[in-house]
Design a protein around this ligand. Structure first.
Ligand SMILES: [Zn+2]
Length: 407
C-alpha cells in the first residue's frame, strides 16, 4: 500500500523565491492546458489528447517569448501539473458517466496564486534526492533543510512540495510499504461516533472530544473576529489573514495528532473494528453542521481503515440505515422513536440501555454478521486510498510511536 509521509521544510530566502517561481510555472501550465481544452470544446473541436496537450503547452510554448521562462523550472514539475489536469478531467468524465462512485467530481477549475495551497510534484525521473547531509535536493531549487521527524521505510516514488496558507512549507513523500501485521488481538469492537462523545466503544468506554481542541478552536474564533474588524485592503488585514490561517493550521494539526493516537490505539487493541457508515456530507447541510465537521469523524474512520489494512486488522462499515440506536441489543426489539436527547432507555424486556453503548454493541453485532456473510463472497478487499497525510506534521516524540495509551 502507498503511504504519505509529511515533513516540514525550511527553505532559504533564495529557495523560497525559486519555489514561488516553480509554483507559478506549474499553475501557468495547468491553466494554459485547461484553457486550451475549454477553447477546443467551445469551437466544437475534439478533446485535446494528453500527449498533444503536453507538446503544445510545454514543449512548443517554451520556444515562444511569452512562455520562455517555463524553462527555468524542472520539466517534471510542469509535466506533473498537466498530469493533475488530466486526472481532474478523467475524474470529471467518470463522474458524469456514473463510473465513479461517491460525491460528484466537478469540472477542473483554474488555479490562482491566491489559492490556500500551492504545490508542485517531483517524480523519480526528476532525480530529487536526500543528500548525505540530510537535505532534500530538488532540481533547480537547491538543497532544502528538512526536519526529519521519522525515518522513511523505503525509497519514495515522488515528493510533493507544499506551501500552505500559513506560509509553511512541507514535503510530502509517497512511499510504497508492505503491511506490518501486529500480533493478533483477541477482541472485536463496534464504535458509535456521536456528538455527546466523540466515540463510544462496544466495551462501554467513551472518548470525549478533547479539551485542548476546544481551546485551539476558541483561539481560532478570536482570530477570525479580529480579522472581521480590519479594514479591507489594509496592512493590518493582511497580517490578520495570516493569523487566522495559522490558527486554522493549529486546530487541524492538533486534531489530526489526536485522531492518529486514538485510531492507532483502537486498531492495536482489536482484531476487527466496525463503524457506522455515516453520511457526513449529508449531515453537514443540517443544523448540526458545525459540530459534525469539527468532530472530524471522516478523518478518523479513514485512519482506522488504512491502519487496519496496514496492521493486518479487519475494518468494516455498517450500512447507515441500520437502526443502531433504536435496536435493543438484548432482545432485538426496535423502539418506535429515539430522540437525540434520550441518553438512556429501558426496553420492554427489562434491559436498561446507555444509548451510545447500546448502539456500539449493535454495530459490533451487525459488523460481525456482515463479515461472516462476506467471507465467502469476497475474494479480496477493495483498494484503500493513500491517505493525504499519514505522518503528523507537528510531531511530538510520543506521537511518533504506534500504540500509546490515550484512552
Ligand atoms: Zn429488549
Amino acid at each position: 500500500m502507498q503511504l504519505r509521509y509529511n515533513f516540514r521544510l525550511y527553505p532559504s530566502p533564495g529557495q523560497r523565491q525559486s519555489l514561488a517561481r516553480a509554483f507559478g510555472c506549474a499553475r501557468t501550465v495547468f491553466n494554459d492546458g485547461l484553457r486550451l481544452r475549454q477553447e477546443a470544446r467551445e469551437n466544437g473541436l475534439p478533446y485535446v489528447s494528453d500527449g498533444e496537450l503536453s507538446k503544445r503547452i510545454i514543449t512548443e510554448a517554451k520556444k515562444t517569448p511569452q512562455r520562455a521562462w517555463l524553462g527555468e523550472v524542472s520539466a517534471v514539475v510542469l509535466q506533473q501539473a498537466l498530469t493533475d489536469l488530466n486526472t481532474a478531467y478523467r475524474n470529471f468524465f467518470a463522474s458524469l458517466s456514473g463510473k465513479r462512485k461517491g460525491p460528484k467530481a466537478a469540472a477542473p477549475r483554474f488555479r490562482s496564486r491566491k489559492d490556500n495551497r500551492q504545490a508542485i510534484r517531483f517524480t523519480k525521473n526528476a532525480r530529487f534526492a536526500v543528500t548525505a547531509g540530510g537535505k532534500l535536493r530538488l532540481p533547480k531549487i537547491g538543497d532544502v533543510s528538512v526536519r526529519w521527524s521519522r525515518t522513511l521505510p523505503s525509497e519514495p516514488s515522488s515528493v510533493t512540495v507544499i506551501k500552505d496558507a500559513a506560509g509553511r512549507y512541507f514535503a510530502s513523500f509517497v512511499v510504497e510499504t508492505s503491511g506490518e501485521p501486529l500480533p493478533e488481538a483477541g477482541g472485536e469492537v463496534g464504535i458509535d461516533l456521536g456528538l455527546t462523545h466523540f466515540a463510544v466503544l462496544s466495551d462501554g468506554s467513551k472518548v470525549d472530544n478533547p479539551r485542548f481542541l476546544r481551546r485551539a478552536e476558541r483561539r481560532l474564533r478570536k482570530a477570525q473576529q479580529a480579522l472581521s474588524r480590519k479594514a479591507k485592503g489594509s496592512n493590518n488585514r493582511t497580517k490578520a489573514v495570516v493569523k487566522v490561517a495559522r490558527a486554522h493550521a493549529k486546530v487541524a494539526d492538533t486534531r489530526r495528532d489526536w485522531a492518529h493516537k486514538l485510531s492507532t490505539q483502537v486498531i492495536r487493541d482489536s482484531q476487527a473494528v466496525y463503524v457506522e457508515n455515516l453520511c457526513v456530507s449529508g449531515l453537514g447541510r443540517t443544523r448540526l453542521a458545525k459540530s459534525v465537521h469539527d468532530a472530524g469523524w471522516s478523518q478518523f474512520t479513514a485512519m482506522l481503515e488504512y491502519k487496519a489494512r496496514r496492521y493486518g486488522r479487519y475494518f468494516g462499515k455498517i450500512d447507515r440505515w441500520f437502526p443502531s440506536s433504536k435496536l435493543c441489543s438484548a432482545c432485538g426489539t426496535i423502539a418506535t422513536s429515539m430522540p437525540l436527547n434520550v441518553r438512556s432507555w429501558t426496553c420492554p424486556c427489562g434491559e436498561v440501555h446507555d444509548r451510545d453503548v447500546n448502539a456500539a454493541i449493535n454495530i459490533l453485532a451487525a459488523g460481525r454478521a456482515e463479515r461472516l456473510n462476506d467471507c465467502g463472497a469476497r475474494v479480496r478487499p477493495g483498494p484503500v486510498p493513500a491517505p493525504r497525510s499519514e505522518a503528523v506534521t507537528h510531531p511530538k516524540p510520543h506521537a511518533q510511536q504506534t500504540g500509546i495509551s490515550v484512552l
